[in-house]
Design a protein around this ligand. Structure first.
Ligand SMILES: C[S@@+](CC[C@H](N)C(=O)[O-])C[C@H]1O[C@@H](n2cnc3c(N)ncnc32)[C@H](O)[C@@H]1O
Length: 305
């Protein structure tokens, strides 16, 4: 179904289901013989959402043939594992540099507030749609998950006035902040909302702030990318899930986040997916790097001052 200006969702439908997909991939990655990540909250969170295909992906019930080569998304499990490692490392560096304020936008079922050990004195804010935040917070609370940071979850749409909500939750714009936008600036926001999001982040960032993100278009416009997206949708439908990721994205060019930040005086370091595979210690991405979505997504770590 096409996106609309004020559409909402939970974790079982629309863009919310993509958060469940990514968490299911992290759960599957955590079950690998030599895992590069360990996300113990991913599987119970995915199970609680209740989408059968993702539950089977998360709990190991899916046929390994489907898992590794037949989901219509080349190297899917490793892709989300590599991405998780890349951003985990980013937070470790920010903590070492003394940054004690963290904001994770579009946090979905990311369990980092609970999964990572934060330096003493850290406050971690998360922003996502209200239904997503409520579901994750209550499910993790039932699981007994505890964050070692001061954790504040803000349920608001990123197309709305989230800076006021964040400031209302105690965010301090005078402190350096480590921002994370993982899996959202890849087509899930309208282009003008992407720029507004980045404008707001820049204006809320004191000296010493950082930002990490992936960016581009998960469902590119090229014939090859469209074909790839259709293959994935069809394969998932065969496996019992009706989720058309391409239809959930806004078509067209999306913001080059690294170029945007550079133009605003931030230092930027970019990587492609093949590089973050190598950095995570995964087997090389190989030919999958020439295909969508690998060839249409970039990764950036940026800092101010
Ligand atoms: C692919 S998921 C990524 C979730 C998480 N960052 C991760 O990597 O596991 C995309 C997330 O973006 C959130 N999102 C997309 N558009 C949003 C909006 N307009 N307002 C708030 N959240 C949004 C969705 O709810 C979803 O949790």
């Amino acid at each position: 179904m096409a996106r609309t200006d004020a559409d909402t969702w939970d974790l079982a439908n629309s863009v919310g289901a993509t958060a469940t997909m990514v968490a299911a991939a992290r759960a599957a990655a955590s079950r690998r013989p030599r895992p590069v990540i360990n996300d113990p909250f991913a599987e119970p969170l995915v199970r609680a959402v209740g989408l059968d295909l993702f539950t089977r992906l998360a709990n190991g019930a899916l046929d390994p043939v489907d898992l590794d080569g037949n989901l219509g998304f080349p190297r899917m499990i490793d892709t989300f594992a590599a991405r998780a490692v890349f951003f985990d490392d980013y937070f470790a560096e920010a903590g070492t540099a003394g940054v004690q304020q963290v904001v994770i936008v579009a946090s979905g079922l990311d369990s980092r507030p609970y999964r990572l050990t934060w330096p003493a004195g850290t406050t971690v804010y998360e922003i996502d749609q209200p239904q997503v935040i409520e579901f994750k917070t209550s499910t993790l609370s039932k699981l007994g998950a505890v964050s070692n940071a001061e954790h504040r979850a803000v349920g608001i749409d990123l197309r709305d006035d989230w800076p006021t909500a964040l400031l209302g939750a105690g965010f301090d714009a005078d402190q350096p902040t480590a921002w994370l936008a993982e899996g959202v600036l890849i087509g899930f926001l309208p282009q003008e909302a992407e720029v507004r999001l980045l404008d707001n982040i820049v204006s809320l960032s004191g000296d010493g702030s950082r930002l990490a993100a992936d960016y581009g278009q998960v469902a590119g416009q090229s014939e090859e990318a469209q074909q790839q997206a259709r293959a994935m949708t069809d394969r998932w439908r065969d496996l019992g899930l009706d989720l058309d990721i391409a239809a959930l994205t806004y078509p067209g060019e999306h913001t080059d986040v690294a170029a945007y930040l550079w133009a605003h005086g931030w230092q930027t370091v970019t990587s492609d997916l093949a590089e973050i595979f190598t950095a995570a210690g995964l087997p090389p991405l190989g030919d999958a790097g020439q295909q969508a979505p690998a060839n249409s997504i970039g990764f950036v770590r940026a800092s101010l001052g």
